[in-house]
Design a binder for this molecule. Structure first.
Ligand code: SF4
Length: 332
């Protein structure tokens, strides 16, 4: 099956007065129809810049410097601005972390929902009103007819995020991109919003990219996972592969730092901090924090090593020659 979205060697940089910050350094992945793909990593690893590049919302001094973003085969980096607006209005929608960035405080929820539809559909006013009511109902907001006439400040944080999800669904997009959609919410509301997103994705068979720093969210939501670090993908695989057989020392570190239910085990945060991307390291970006780092790691970035199931990671420890050398040393 052809992927609905294919990213090839995406590179995005910010050209600051201190120099080029290479935030995304050659990222490639695919999104399949109907799947939830998680992108996980610490802040500054490049995950948000990756999806903002897909949405064409990188602001100067940043810009995409290379690569391809193929939506059903069309390269979003080379098509006309008009076609991009069409695709962004109808086919790919984004849900941001802070609902207030997506909502206008001086307009009613109803007029904002209907405005989104007006720009991209030919529905009549009555049809738009009916769809707005249906959308609020779909995101489980009670008394939708009354709620449509209210302003964002009359909604709680969780309710506002539901409205933002309704707005993202307004034109029935095929792809939803959610950037830390629950970070600003408390844990109970977070669970409700994630459940809602998953239910909507199943019922309407959407393809979803979910950006998060929280592996618990990934475990609950995603079928496949990309782990990003230092502007590159360092590991990718199914949720089971990533959680039960992680290969990359960074992923292993993230999992050790993840709180476990009913466990008194001490959590181990990964010491150190991610590399500055103004002058990215030549070798493995994790080398300065990795307990297994070798000389080779400082000078050369490893390629991906994949198993038969497509679980792959970028680490020299997976290289057959390095494994053999380590095995020999172990026997000496
Ligand atoms: Fe550690 Fe080297 Fe593997 Fe990077 S390539 S994760 S530094 S062992």
């Amino acid at each position: 099956m052809n992927p609905i979205l294919q990213i090839n060697q995406l590179k995005t940089s910010f050209f600051t007065s201190s120099g080029e910050v290479a935030a995304v350094r050659g990222v490639s992945f695919e999104l399949q129809q109907g799947e939830i793909l998680g992108i996980v990593g610490e802040s500054g690893c490049g995950k948000s810049v990756t999806v903002k590049s897909i949405m064409n919302i990188i602001k100067p001094p940043g810009r995409v410097v290379d690569g391809e973003i193929l939506f059903k085969g069309e390269n979003l980096l080379t098509i006309s601005k008009r076609r991009i607006r069409e695709i962004k209005g109808n086919d790919i929608a984004m849900i941001f972390q802070d609902p207030m960035t997506s909502l206008n405080p001086v307009l009613t929820i109803g007029s904002q929902l209907m405005e989104t539809m007006k720009a991209h559909t030919k529905l009549t006013k009555a049809e738009r009103e009916q769809r707005a009511t249906d959308l609020l109902r779909a995101v489980q907001i009670n008394s939708p007819e009354t709620r449509l006439k209210q302003y964002p400040h009359e909604f709680s944080g969780g309710m506002r995020q539901r409205v933002v999800i309704a707005m993202a669904l307004a034109n029935d997009p095929e792809i939803l991109i959610a950037d830390e959609p629950t970070t600003a919410l408390d844990v109970t509301i977070q669970d409700q919003i994630l459940k809602l997103l998953k239910d909507l994705q199943r019922q309407q068979s959407k393809s979803v990219i979910l950006i998060t720093h929280d592996l618990g969210v990934v475990a609950q939501m995603c079928q496949r996972v990309l782990v990003m670090y230092g502007g590159i993908i360092v590991e990718s695989g199914t949720r089971e592969a990533i959680f039960y057989a992680p290969k990359h020392p960074y992923t292993i570190g993230l999992l050790r730092a993840m709180p476990k239910l009913n466990s008194r085990e001490r959590l181990e945060a990964i010491p150190g901090s991610p590399p500055a991307l103004i002058n990215p390291p030549k070798g493995c970006p994790f080398a300065s924090r990795c307990q297994s780092a070798m000389k080779l790691c400082l000078t050369r970035l490893p390629d991906f090593y994949a198993d038969d199931e497509g679980h792959k990671a970028r680490c020299w420890l997976l290289d057959p020659a390095v494994k053999e050398m380590k095995g020999r040393k172990g026997h000496e």
